[in-house]
Design a binder for this molecule. Structure first.
Ligand code: DGJ
Length: 355
């Protein structure tokens, strides 16, 4: 049985390094599907030229290349021009009501990161082809339920609109503004994102918003295609990206990065009794050498297998995007604290002695 090693090349069934960055997994009919950004070589590879790649396995030891599940080549559908647009952090769920596979991704049509939208594509099969349904911002015209009154102040909103846009990196000016109010009519910004499906079947979009200063948690409708459900703000002015969400012992956990572009930074963890919050920060979950940079990585997804939780992360190589590496670590526990320790070994497939 092949064991992948963190940070090394991960060959697929054709011996080619797996090309599924910023990815997420889905379990369906005995298979595990891995969806991720298909990158190309060089710096240009950080924009989308091809689409979303899908692989599948039964046991994590052999990943079969199943091709491009969402293909943007040969078309300008929805304004997605290959080489100009950005498609990041794709995640897929299967909707029990419609039987459709629903793919969400962060979408920029112009590569400038100012659209800050969510792309949604649908397929009848887990391997696709996924067809674009829409590209839009969440929560158009809908205040997050827990928006503080001061952010609804019309003067503050007018002041925000009179100012140059806040760049999507930590910025002290943000505390005087109401980005949530200024964006209300056009929808809330959405960059890094993930999907989380709870045990009751409900699904949520968790996305960096308000110039990445604040996370939003949006409950999806029963078809998983509408972004106008109840929304809650979390971690205001904490500049969190790369949300990774999981459930453990009846509570909800989140591990996010800080906001430093492709450069790795220290992760933060948090716990809540309900997915919409309130969330309590638990500090940096990483331990040991490299903890201040999450061991040189940024999280992308949490995966549960046999009651254990795995933190799936990218080691980005922005100068040669296609060469990005994967680091999968098991989440262990210090009491209530989720903890990450670096390891050369990928902890999957599970060692039968430990399972
Ligand atoms: C950090 C994000 O987590 C990535 O998904 C990507 O958007 C980069 N920033 C771009 O700089």
């Amino acid at each position: 049985m092949k064991r992948y090693r963190n940070r090394e090349l991960w060959p697929d069934d054709h011996g080619v390094h797996i090309n599924a960055h910023g990815g997420g997994l889905l379990r369906h009919d005995g298979w595990i599907y891995w969806y991720g950004e298909h990158k190309i070589a060089g710096r240009a590879g950080n924009r989308a030229w091809v689409g979303v790649h899908v692989y599948r396995t039964r046991d994590y030891s052999r990943w079969e290349d199943r091709g491009i599940a969402f293909d943007i080549r040969g078309g300008e559908a929805g304004g997605l021009k290959p080489g100009e647009c950005v498609i990041e952090r794709p995640k897929v769920l299967c909707n029990a009501k419609t039987k459709k596979f629903v793919m969400f991704f962060h979408c920029e049509t112009d590569g400038k990161y100012s659209d800050a939208k969510v792309g949604i594509a649908l397929a009848d099969h887990p391997e696709g082809p996924f067809a674009l349904l829409k590209i839009e911002r969440p929560s158009i015209g809908r205040w997050p339920e827990n928006t503080p009154e001061e952010l609804k102040n019309p003067k503050r909103i007018a002041f925000t609109r009179s100012q140059p846009p806040v760049s999507n990196g930590e910025n002290p000016r943000t505390k005087e503004l109401s980005i949530v109010g200024a964006d209300l009519p056009i929808g809330q910004q959405s960059r890094d994102m993930t999907l989380f499906q709870d045990e009751d079947g409900r699904a949520y979009l968790i996305h960096s918003s308000e110039a990445n200063s604040t996370l939003h948690i949006v409950e999806l409708d029963e078809t998983f295609t509408r972004l106008d459900g109840p929304c809650h703000r979390a971690f205001p002015l904490r500049w969190m990206e790369a949300p990774v969400v999981f459930r453990h012992g009846g509570r909800y956990y989140m591990i996010c990065s800080g906001c430093t572009g492709w450069a790795p930074n220290a992760a933060r963890s948090a716990v809540a009794d309900r997915i919409e919050g309130p969330w309590t920060e638990l500090g940096n979950p990483a331990r040991g050498e490299g903890a201040e940079t999450t061991f040189g990585t940024q999280g992308t997804f949490a995966w549960e297998e046999q009651g254990r939780i795995f933190f799936l992360a990218d080691e980005w190589r922005p100068e040669n995007a296609i060469d990005g590496r994967y680091v999968w670590l098991e989440v262990t526990w210090e009491g209530e604290l989720p903890v990450l320790r670096d390891s050369e070994n990928v902890p999957l497939p599970l060692d039968p002695l430990r399972a």
